[in-house]
Every structure is written in C-alpha cells, then in structure tokens.
Ligand binder design. Structure first.
Ligand code: DGL
Length: 272
C-alpha cells in the first residue's frame, strides 16, 4: 500500500508562545515525539500576551500561523501558550485547516485529584478572566472551591532568566498569599512560563501543595493528533529544532540555553 501522506509526515511542526515559556511545552514534545522536526517561535516583540486584548491576540497568532505555513510549510501548529489558546484558538481553527493543538490550565485534573476540596490556578490576567477558563471551572469544579489568581509580571522574570531572585520571590509571595492561607492541595500552573518557577513556587507554598502543569498532556495530545491524521514522522533519526524570536536573538539564545540546559543559537525573524 502506498502511504499517500508520507511527504506530509516529514513536514515540521510549528510551536509558539509570547516568549520562552513555551519551551516548557517544547521540552515535553521533544521527549514524546523525538523524531519530529520543530520550529519554535517566541513572539518576544509582543511579550507579555497576558495584557493584550482578545482582538490583538487573534491578530498576533494569525501572523505567526501565516508565517509558519508560508515559510516552513508546517503540518501542525501547537499553541504553547494558555493566554493565546484561551483567547484566540477558536479564531485560528476557523481560519486554518491544519490541526491546531492548544494549552489550557489543568483545571480538570486538579478537580479530580483534590482531597481538601480547594484548588488554585495561577495564570496571566487575560487567561484568568477568559471565558474559556471560567467555563472549564464551571464545568469541572462544581463541588470544588477554586482560587483563580491572575498574575502580572511573573512571565517577565522568566524572560530575563530570573528564576529565584528577590524580585520573583516578592511577586510570588504576593500572588500566593491566598493559597498559603487556604487548604489548597493542588496548584495549577496556568501559564507556560511558570513551570520554570517551580522551585521558587514550591518553596513558598510548601511541599504539601502539588503543582500541576499541562506539558505532558499537551505532548500526548499532539502525538495522538498526528497519529489520527496519519502525519506522524516515522523517520528513524532524531528530529531537529529551529529556534526563532521576533525579539532580541542574543538575549533569547542566552535565556533558552539557561532554561533548557543546552547551548541554543536562535535567529531573529520578522513576520510581516
Ligand atoms: N506563556 C504564556 C501563557 O501560557 C503567556 C505569558 C505572557 O506573555 O503574558 O499564558
């Protein structure tokens, strides 16, 4: 039997975020899908996404998707950003016919796991107010108390590679105050930048609070979408990743090298 999709299988996958946060998803994608080629784009010219309007976000993610398709002929797009997913994935799906996988806070899992009956979600101001997140909470947390906390500026700390400094610690103490003063047993990291702050967050909330992020689930979901569409790359060799930023390539390369613990050389690109 001729595999009519075989040339599509070799096309790369586009993954994007406003900045370096999406690397927490990329890390899991590369473990689960080691033979795929990835194009990772950080839209740092416009970080933070968490303070943009829905209309602005739809425009930004459309520009990225257009670029991925025209320049790299990607076979799938992964939105490695909760803010962009909650505000713009529907618009993207109605505009483009290729498979698009998004990232939403792991609310369902937290609600399933909680024993105390209280869970907390930290995310960007835009995600925390979004209809998508609030619908997820209504749907899955009928008998669970939810602390839905929108946080400003945390992503900026990660963008500069500050994962445990005084600045981060001051911000985290402010945002996590309510969590510490409650019986929360599961804390959802609802922004892809936050898994890089795991150590600092855990120190503040204590080891009895379990931290949840969506990285592994997104990677599993991406794998099944590729399989169901018969476009999973079946080459034997390891795939490669290309790193792009719309911001400063020197800073992005430096911070990415720190976060992924491996030397990365990124390229600056202009989308339009
Ligand atoms: N990393 C992004 C998220 O998951 C957004 C951070 C930002 O640019 O505000 O929501």
């Amino acid at each position: 039997m001729v595999d009519t999709k075989s040339k599509h299988r070799k096309r790369p996958i586009g993954v994007f975020d406003s900045g370096v946060g999406g690397l927490s998803i990329l890390k899991e994608l590369r473990k689960t899908l080691p033979n795929e080629d990835f194009i990772f784009l950080a839209d740092q010219k416009y970080v933070p996404y968490g303070e943009k309007t829905k209309e602005e976000l739809i425009q930004l993610v459309s520009n990225i998707t257009d670029y991925f398709i025209k320049r790299y002929n990607v076979k799938m797009v992964i939105v490695a950003c909760n803010t962009a997913t909650c505000n713009a994935i529907e618009a993207l799906r109605s505009k483009y016919s290729l498979p698009i996988v998004g990232t939403v806070p792991a609310v369902k899992l937290a609600a399933k796991k909680t024993k105390s009956g209280t869970v907390a979600i930290i995310s960007t101001p835009s995600t925390s107010k979004s209809i998508v997140l609030n619908k997820l909470i209504d749907e899955h947390c009928k008998d669970v108390r939810v602390l839905n906390i929108g946080c400003k500026n945390l992503e900026n700390a990660v963008e500069t590679g500050d994962l445990s400094g005084t600045q981060v610690s001051i911000l985290l103490k402010k945002y996590l105050k309510e969590v510490i003063n409650s019986d929360t047993d599961y804390l959802v990291l609802g922004c892809t930048h936050y898994p890089f702050l795991r150590g600092a967050i855990q120190k503040i909330v204590g080891s009895h609070v379990k931290l949840l992020d969506g990285g592994k689930a997104i990677a599993r979901r991406s794998k099944s979408v590729l399989e169901n569409n018969f476009i999973k790359n079946n080459q034997n060799k390891l795939g490669k990743t290309t790193y792009l930023t719309t911001g400063n390539a020197t800073i992005f390369s430096k911070v990415t090298t720190l976060l992924l613990k491996t030397p990365i050389r990124a390229k600056k690109v202009k989308l339009k």
